[in-house]
Write a protein that binds this ligand. Structure first.
Ligand code: SAM
Ligand code: SF4
Length: 360
């Protein structure tokens, strides 16, 4: 099922219930060979997989405190279905996988899932975005299973503020997770901070200071208006230019390191820093022209652009008897249908899913 641009979750809810059959991809997608390209000739080779829409935090820029939408268990892809999608993705040229969520470390069998993905021919990198709460206990197993890198979210170094931004998160345990990730050798280590006006924008210099002594990358992310947090985002986004100005007041001019390939982050360095700073300016300076990614939701939909609602239903195909060739053709079709970029400048906002369903 492709959800057109202007449809909302309410429209989808009133649509006829999906059956166990699916609409096969048009024949042209069976004939294509080589890595999948979208209609703008971008090579799409990076799949972000949301392993679960559940989370043990309720970050206020991501989820509502109460009443978040969770998919019923029988709608979530099983481990075997997930691995079939990864194989189909690899067959059409996807090489990089990122596990995310919700909180990916809550997924049962996470170690076996990582091992299964690592064993898939064609996949050369598996990373994870995590809140770090469970990492102290699982980092070594994840590394041994084949995980190559982690991004850990940390929006504040003040335990009380951290608790309030995550609605209950334990800073000490997350910090222990960061230390465990460092110890087991996840490199380069990246830390994500969403900057929210009035909450942690006074802390950007303290967060950046971590990169003076550590070879980490601290990534400052502009808040995006996903479903459920649109109003907060509109009031609270802190533009990258403002963050850089604050940092330069404290540290002097930042050194521009580069903007590499399809990395959404522009990279800078504090004078004398061991690590780097990344700025992800999705709102004020979108990077859609170099986008190389596609997202798979925990309930089996290919979500074609983070900030748009278009999706293609793979779960019906998986449960309706699709062959490996059928799945690969559907992956090619999804890539072809990928929109050029988000529609925020034209007032088109995502309404279907929150960030905790999409994984960032
Ligand atoms: N739970 C994991 C975590 O927090 O790292 C993985 C999922 S989380 C949705 C992935 C990333 O999205 C995190 O770095 C988080 O900070 C970021 N994020 C969440 N809501 C956001 C928003 N509204 N705008 C920008 N980034 C957001
Ligand atoms: Fe959970 Fe991550 Fe969203 Fe925070 S950002 S609520 S940790 S999914």
């Amino acid at each position: 099922m492709i959800i057109p641009l202007n449809q909302t979750r309410a429209d989808v809810a009133t649509a006829p219930a999906p059956t166990a059959t699916y609409i096969p991809a048009p024949a042209e997608f069976y004939r294509q060979r080589g890595p999948a390209r979208d209609s703008f000739q971008r090579h799409i080779n990076y799949l972000r997989i949301s392993l679960t829409d559940r989370c043990n935090f309720r970050c206020l820029y991501c989820m509502p405190e109460h009443g978040a939408h969770f998919a019923p268990r029988d709608e979530l892809l099983t481990d075997a279905e997930l691995l079939r999608v990864v194989q189909a993705a690899a067959a059409v040229g996807f090489e990089k996988i990122r596990l995310t969520g919700g909180e990916p470390t809550l997924r049962r069998n996470i170690i076996e899932i990582v091992r299964g993905i690592a064993a898939t021919p064609g996949i050369r990198e598996i990373s994870m975005t995590t809140n770090g709460l469970r990492l102290a206990d699982t980092a070594q197993q994840l590394k041994d299973a084949g995980l190559t890198r982690v991004n850990i979210s940390i929006d504040s170094l003040d335990p009380a503020k951290f608790r309030s931004m995550t609605r209950g998160g334990d800073f000490a345990r997350v910090w222990a997770g960061i230390e465990a990730a460092e110890r087991v050798g996840f490199r380069p280590m990246k830390l994500n901070a969403v900057v929210v006006r009035g909450l942690n924008d006074d802390e950007v210099a303290d967060l950046a200071r971590l990169t003076l002594d550590q070879p980490w990358q601290l990534r400052f992310i502009e808040m995006m208006p996903l479903a459920g947090v649109g109003e907060l985002a509109e009031q609270s986004v802190v533009p990258t230019t403002e963050i850089i100005a604050k940092l330069e007041q404290v540290y002097g001019p930042l050194e521009f390191v580069g903007w590499f390939g399809s990395d959404p982050a522009r990279t800078y360095r504090l004078p004398g820093g061991q690590g780097t700073l990344g700025f992800i300016s999705s709102i004020t300076e979108p990077f859609c022209s170099t986008c190389n990614r596609m997202r798979l939701t925990a309930d089996g939909k290919l979500h074609l652009c983070l900030l748009r609602d278009n999706e293609l239903d793979l779960r019906s195909a998986l449960r309706g008897g699709a062959s490996d060739d059928d799945l690969a053709a559907l992956m090619r079709q999804a890539v072809w249908l990928k929109p050029w970029g988000h529609g925020l400048p034209d007032g088109i906002k995502p309404t279907l899913r929150g960030m905790s369903e999409l994984g960032g």
